[in-house]
Ligand binder design. Structure first.
Ligand code: SF4
Length: 253
């Protein structure tokens, strides 16, 4: 239960009006879990422009990373958690027919009572024995034992969605509670060990990085993001970013 559910906070008429004006999204800020870590931390100005003005750089990661995700998920979907790591209890990966593609939360509230919703597509949802659940995201990346810390808000956002599920126009998100385990399964290419005409066999190192849940930290983070987005002030340029410096330099010509 978050603090708003405990009756500690209220949404004021002023804040709703401001939300209507600035968000124009059915009175609700919608966050995708995948934007809550890197994008939110990288540059406040870019995050503000994306969420408020719908302006973004569209510099997506190379598509090969999502191709890795697709083949990794396709390969592992019929295995169990014990085939991935000995750090997880026995569990199976929930199938497409057990979950909608897009999962969405009901209306949630930050620590100042402002509404928001969460919506996204998790990589892997696990059902453990005794009605407990887990969330894993696959990343092709440099291996690090603390990698999951880089994705802590994304993972907790999925946990919040399943704890407080909502509905899209066509599908209801199921309640999966409690979420007892979260983490990142990392893949890193190490060796090509065979090849044939037009293809090769690639070996990838795998390593699981677990994450402890921290719900308070998640709501503090969302509250700070809402502070930013409710502000009338466009944040300053990040002077270390080459892209904005490039534009600024052009403006001097
Ligand atoms: S400084 Fe870089 S990251 Fe920030 S708004 Fe400009 S382009 Fe975006």
């Amino acid at each position: 239960m978050n603090k708003f559910d405990q009756g500690e906070f209220v949404v004021t008429a002023k804040s709703v009006k401001k939300l209507n004006t600035k968000m124009n999204r059915n009175n609700m800020i919608k966050y995708s879990p995948s934007e809550l870590d890197y994008a939110a931390k990288k540059c406040q100005r870019c995050f503000y422009l994306k969420k408020i003005n719908n302006i973004e750089l569209n510099d997506f990661p190379p598509p090969v990373f999502s191709s890795f995700d697709v083949v990794q998920q396709a390969y592992f979907k019929n295995y169990t958690t014990k085939d991935l790591t000995d750090q997880l209890p026995m569990g199976h990966f929930m199938k497409k027919d057990e979950l909608p593609g897009l999962i969405i939360s009901k209306e949630l509230h930050d620590l100042k009572g402002r509404s928001f919703i969460l919506g996204g597509r998790p990589d892997i949802v696990i059902k453990f024995e005794e009605e407990r659940y887990g969330i894993i995201d696959f990343k092709t990346t440099n291996i690090s034992p603390t990698k999951s810390d880089n994705y802590k808000f994304q993972l907790e956002a999925y946990a919040q969605i399943f704890t407080y599920p909502g509905s899209t126009k066509t599908k209801k998100t199921p309640e999966l509670n409690p979420i007892t385990h979260m983490g990142i399964l990392q893949f890193y290419p190490t060796e090509i060990f065979d090849h044939h005409t037009e293809e090769c066999e690639l070996k990838m190192k795998m390593s699981y990085s677990p994450l402890e849940r921290n719900i308070d930290e998640f709501y503090e983070h969302i509250t700070k993001l809402n502070d930013l987005l409710y502000s009338e002030r466009l944040p300053e340029f990040n002077s270390e970013c080459n892209k904005c410096n490039f534009v600024e330099d052009q403006n001097k010509i």
